[in-house]
Design a protein around this ligand. Structure first.
Ligand code: HEM
Length: 105
């Protein structure tokens, strides 16, 4: 199926414990996820990343994000993001569509 941002918002419910998006988003347990697909790992101003995430040197594209969110600790060993990941491919696609709605936020 196509990417569905509204469905992605429902998937994002499990990220919201730690991440904010939108114009008033602030760093929380995890960094703000606005503009994710135009930056490299560890670039959010004011967020205390682990050395692993900070130094991962990955550019966030749909492809690298998909690999990461499937299994965060495999893509970035030593990440302090305590989250098992999202295994369902459609849910990952929808999540990407939702995150793209904050490209300019
Ligand atoms: C880091 C996405 C769930 C806590 C990140 C990064 C992404 C991300 C893309 C890297 C950001 C960067 O390099 O700037 C997501 C998504 C989630 C999710 C899409 C839901 C599907 C969670 C949850 C928690 C969490 C539930 C808390 C229990 C963190 C933390 C970091 C992080 C602490 C920084 C890791 C480090 O510095 O090692 N997340 N996350 N995330 N996330 Fe998440």
């Amino acid at each position: 199926a196509a990417q569905d941002a509204a469905a992605g918002e429902r998937v994002f419910a499990q990220c919201k414990a730690c991440h904010q998006v939108g114009p008033n988003a602030r760093n929380a347990v995890g960094p703000v996820l606005n503009g994710l697909f135009r930056r490299k790992t560890g670039m959010v101003e004011g967020f205390q990343y682990s050395a692993a995430n900070k130094g991962a040197d990955i550019t966030w594209t749909e492809e690298t994000f998909t690999e990461y969110i499937r299994n965060p600790r495999e893509k970035i060993p030593g990440t302090k993001m305590v989250f098992a990941g999202v295994k369902d491919e459609q849910k990952i696609k929808d999540l990407i569509a939702y995150l793209h709605s904050f490209d300019e936020a």
